[in-house]
Design a protein around this ligand. Structure first.
Ligand SMILES: [Zn+2]
Ligand SMILES: [Zn+2]
Length: 301
């Protein structure tokens, strides 16, 4: 079925997604990449690792988790804060350290919000575990034109288009750097294992947080707040909060909801690197309609 949606006045026509839009040849790089980041750390562990490999992982993992949550998700997909063009590029580079494409992710993720848990959702658990968890990483069913139509605010920056085309280069360079400094085990455990963990945690938000957890807000999708996923993803697991009001820099709406991504954004705001951080209005947090509105609403992503 073909549907259309709107974002910032743009119209997107979705073609049937079933089976994806890529040929087996086009899917091969993503399949090989997923195999590599899952098997190389195992090979390294079997061959033997050094403490420095695990200390590297302990430093790299939080960096990548914050790059995904703060950069990829809250900035590029939702523009939950503003920043300068140079720092925007740095955020883009940081997201590429996870082998993620800021424009590709933003397009896919905005369409996820627009069509959550419908047949046009790019990664709903209703399609099954494999399709949601790994299938959408290999082929999200979106054409390049659909991604660009959903990201017109990003594709106007040539440097972001460069990252869009060559997003694997920074990750390959980082991997080569770790190999040069610490050998195979440093690269495989210190870096690629962190990438693999982040990939799976991102998919766990898409799958687990649409199946298990609490629903504080009555969204039209199946999103849920999952405490464990929130802890592991530095706040991204407060997914029902997020679907209810996706435009904010916060995923944890209350002080007791662990959200280091939001704390980082507040820190970057305090030192002047970002500004116009979008907060959660009190009436939204408490699930009440605005004083001048018949219903509190879901903000545009
Ligand atoms: Zn979701
Ligand atoms: Zn989102």
């Amino acid at each position: 079925m073909t549907q259309s949606g709107t974002s910032r006045g743009e119209s997107i026509s979705l073609v049937p997604r079933e089976g994806g839009v890529k040929t087996p040849i086009q899917r091969a790089p993503a399949v090989l990449f997923l195999l590599a980041v899952h098997t190389l750390p195992v090979v390294a562990i079997v061959r033997g690792t050094r403490p420095a490999d695990w200390w590297t992982l302990a430093v790299v993992f939080p960096f990548l988790a914050l790059a995904v949550g703060t950069g990829l998700h809250r900035y590029f997909a939702h523009h939950a804060f503003r920043t300068s063009r140079p720092f925007q590029f740095l955020l883009g580079l940081a997201t590429c350290a996870t082998f993620s494409d800021p424009i590709g992710f933003a397009g896919k993720h905005r369409i996820h919000h627009r069509f959550s848990d419908t047949e046009d959702d790019v990664h709903t658990p209703l399609d099954g575990f494999w399709a949601c968890w790994y299938g959408s990483l290999v082929d999200d069913g979106l054409t390049p034109a659909q991604v660009r139509a959903a990201t017109k605010d990003l594709v106007r920056f040539p440097e972001l288009l460069w990252l869009h085309r060559l997003f694997v280069i920074p990750g390959l360079a980082i991997a080569a750097g770790f190999f040069y400094v610490g050998g195979f085990s440093r690269m495989a455990v210190g870096y690629l294992l962190a990438v693999a963990l982040l990939l799976n945690l991102t998919s766990s938000v898409n799958y687990v947080c649409h199946r298990w957890g609490s629903r504080r807000y009555p969204t039209r999708d199946t999103s849920r707040n999952n405490f464990l996923i929130a802890i592991l993803t530095f706040g991204e697991g407060w997914h029902n909060n997020h679907h209810y009001y996706p435009g904010t820099a916060r995923a944890g709406f209350f002080w007791w909801e662990w959200d280091p991504n939001y704390w980082l954004i507040r820190f970057l705001d305090a030192v002047g690197l970002v500004w116009n951080v979008r907060e959660v209005p009190v009436h939204v947090r408490h699930g009440r309609p605005a004083a001048n509105s018949p219903r509190s609403g879901v903000a545009s992503p």
